[in-house]
Every structure is written in C-alpha cells, then in structure tokens.
Design a protein around this ligand. Structure first.
Ligand SMILES: Nc1ncnc2c1ncn2[C@@H]1O[C@H](COP(=O)(O)OP(=O)(O)O)[C@@H](O)[C@H]1O
Ligand SMILES: [Mg+2]
Length: 252
C-alpha cells in the first residue's frame, strides 16, 4: 500500500480582495507527506501557510490543482477527508463556558465515538498533554498554554491518521511548546502523518522530517535538513531560511 497520506498537486489559491485586488496566496505548490512523517511548512507571515492548510482541511477550495488526503480528494469527497483529519486552526475558538472535559467529550461524541471510547481516549490525552489537573476548570479561566493543549486534545480526540496543525505552538512558552512538540513526535511514532506550519526555526528543526520553505505563496525549497544544508551551504536553519527567502526575487 502507498503510505503517502497527503498529496498536493499544483495547488493554487487566488483571493479577490476589494482593496488589494487579486491576491495569489498560494502558487503552484506540490508536495507529499507519508504516514509516520512530520512535514513542516515554513514561511514568514503572509507566505500562504494557513491558506495551504485550509485547502488540505477542506475549508477552502483550491482555485487550481488538487489535494488527496488519507485517500480522498479534498474537493470531491470533503466529508470523508474531514473524518480522517485532525485540524488545529491558527486561532482555535474554544467554547469558553465549557470545561476541557465537556469540550473534548462533545467533540468526541460529534465525531462518532461512544461515550466509553471518548472517556478512555480523553483520559489518555489529558494525561499526556498535562490537562488532567485543570480538566474541570472553565476554559475562560485557563492560560494561553493550557487553552492550546485543550485545542490539541480536541483536534485529535477521534484518533485521525492525519494531523494538520497550523502553528501549533503559537504564543506558547518554551515549556508548553515542548509538551506540544513531544506530543507531535509521539503522534509520528504512532504512524500518523503530521503536517504543520510554523515560522519558528527551532520547531521545524526539532520536529520535521521534511521542510517545505515557502515565501509569497511559492515554493523556495523542499527537503530534509541535510538537503537544505547542501542546497544553501549553510548550517543553521535560520541562515538557510534567510538565504532561501532573500533569493525569492522581487519579480515574483
Ligand atoms: N480570505 C482572504 N481574502 C483575501 N486575502 C487573503 C485571505 N486569506 C489570506 N489572504 C492573503 O493571502 C496571503 C497568505 O495568507 P496566509 O495563508 O494567512 O499566510 P500565513 O499563514 O503564511 O501567514 C496573505 O497575503 C493574506 O493577506
Ligand atoms: Mg497563518
């Protein structure tokens, strides 16, 4: 069996913005990610990371090109894709009046698990993410880091084979980031395919098997850290990244 879990082919997204006119948010992106792999999309603000992940998550329709996620075309069979992915949006609106337990239980039930299954999986997730001690506190009273851990738990309560995480450690301190990062590494060990976006070099370096560098919606490089080092002759991802971005050219 083909273990490619996410395949993007010539993805384009064009927005028509009243003020800015035609915006080419994503230009001809193609890539593949496999089961048991962490694939990072690295780019500066406005590079097209969120737009790309929203297309993979069936929220936005590609203007051109297509994507196949967990065996299904995102445009033709979006509901099949939705059941097989856990999507963490960059601003995850949680229901602040609920407790983590109530929220995650609700999402587990909505995704078709029975209450016994949800409970079992929720307990495991809460333990590994360190949510247990505040599982019964209203979300509105939690810190940013705690909220993000709850958002992660909600995203994967149904145990999907593909995780699509938009800047998963955004706004978190080093300690909370490490909890989320280790969680992501664990998902990889379980054989999940993880696609994440980040603008944090250390995170891409620490987590990713493959890195897709984008700028202004366009691919700048794709490969392992070793590939990117070879390509640029630089050692640290920060230097590699700056080199790749500065070569973008203004003609784009
Ligand atoms: N709904 C939209 N309408 C118009 N322009 C958009 C919309 N969403 C994103 N964009 C533009 O597309 C580009 C890429 O945005 P985005 O994918 O959010 O980048 P990133 O996540 O890498 O910061 C930006 O120029 C952004 O302003
Ligand atoms: Mg974004």
């Amino acid at each position: 069996m083909d273990d490619v879990m996410v395949r993007a082919v010539g993805l384009h997204k064009v927005f028509k913005d009243k003020k800015r006119g035609v915006v080419h948010a994503v230009n001809d992106l193609s890539f593949e990610a496999k089961a048991g792999e962490i694939f990072a999309i690295l780019g500066p603000n406005g590079a097209g990371k969120t737009t790309t992940l929203r297309m993979l998550s069936t929220i936005l329709r590609p203007t051109e090109g297509y994507a196949v996620v967990a065996g299904f075309d995102v445009t033709k069979e979006p509901e099949k894709v939705r059941f097989r992915i856990g999507y963490l949006p960059s601003e995850s609106g949680l229901y602040h009046r609920l407790t983590p337990k109530e929220l995650v239980m609700f999402f587990g039930r909505v995704s078709g698990l029975d209450s016994h299954e949800v409970k079992k999986r929720m307990d495991e997730l809460f333990e590994s993410l360190g949510i247990t001690e505040f599982a019964n506190t209203k979300i509105e009273k939690l810190s940013t880091g705690m909220k993000q851990k709850v958002a992660v738990a909600r995203t994967i309560i149904h145990n999907p084979p593909v995780l699509i995480l938009d800047e998963p450690t955004q706004g978190l301190d080093v300690v909370a980031s490490r909890v989320v990062e280790n969680f992501i590494l664990n998902a990889k060990r379980e054989g999940k395919c993880v696609i994440l976006s980040t603008h944090i070099m250390e995170e891409a370096e620490y987590l990713a098997d493959k890195i897709l560098v984008i700028n202004k919606g366009t691919k700048r490089a794709l490969g392992t850290m070793a590939d990117l080092r070879k390509l640029t002759g630089k050692e640290r991802l920060r230097e590699i990244f700056l080199e790749l971005i500065s070569n973008s050219g203004e003609e784009q």
